[in-house]
Design a protein around this ligand. Sequence first.
Ligand SMILES: C[S@@+](CC[C@H](N)C(=O)[O-])C[C@H]1O[C@@H](n2cnc3c(N)ncnc32)[C@H](O)[C@@H]1O
Length: 144
Amino acid sequence: MAKRPSNRARNIWTLDLLNIQPADRVLEVGCGPGFALTAAAARLPRGRILGLDHSAVMLQQAEVRNRAEVKSGRIELRLGNLDTAVAPMEAFDKIYWVNVVQFLDDKDAALARLFDALVPGGILATTYVPRGRGAHRADALVMA
Ligand SMILES: C[S@@+](CC[C@H](N)C(=O)[O-])C[C@H]1O[C@@H](n2cnc3c(N)ncnc32)[C@H](O)[C@@H]1O
């Protein structure tokens, strides 16, 4: 995932949509191997980003890829499921998730949880690319 050009491009596209500001507090849900965390942290000279994933293997890859930023505290990694891991007290200016929404059983509940974790005026970006033979834009619109 971290190496495929199309996946890297859609992660960068998602970050561009968020208009990340230098001091933003950002959450990536389902950060996987942490490619987008690296790119987001580069846009956050005074801010911080939390990467959440329920896979220890993915988080380990994200940590290796972002060792310096994790050490400095600019990137925080958290093992956990979206259903339980985002504490209600945390507030984020920007939240994004790329190709994660399709894995959630209760998408409405997950989205409500993420909206609750946004500061007023914050932005949530959901990126989803349908897979499979003949996948089409219409399939993405069904998910939307
Ligand atoms: C297809 S990968 C996408 C990874 C990354 N966002 C990217 O675009 O390269 C989906 C990721 O979401 C994580 N994930 C799926 N459901 C999750 C959940 N309920 N809570 C936390 N992470 C989840 C998986 O472990 C995996 O790393």
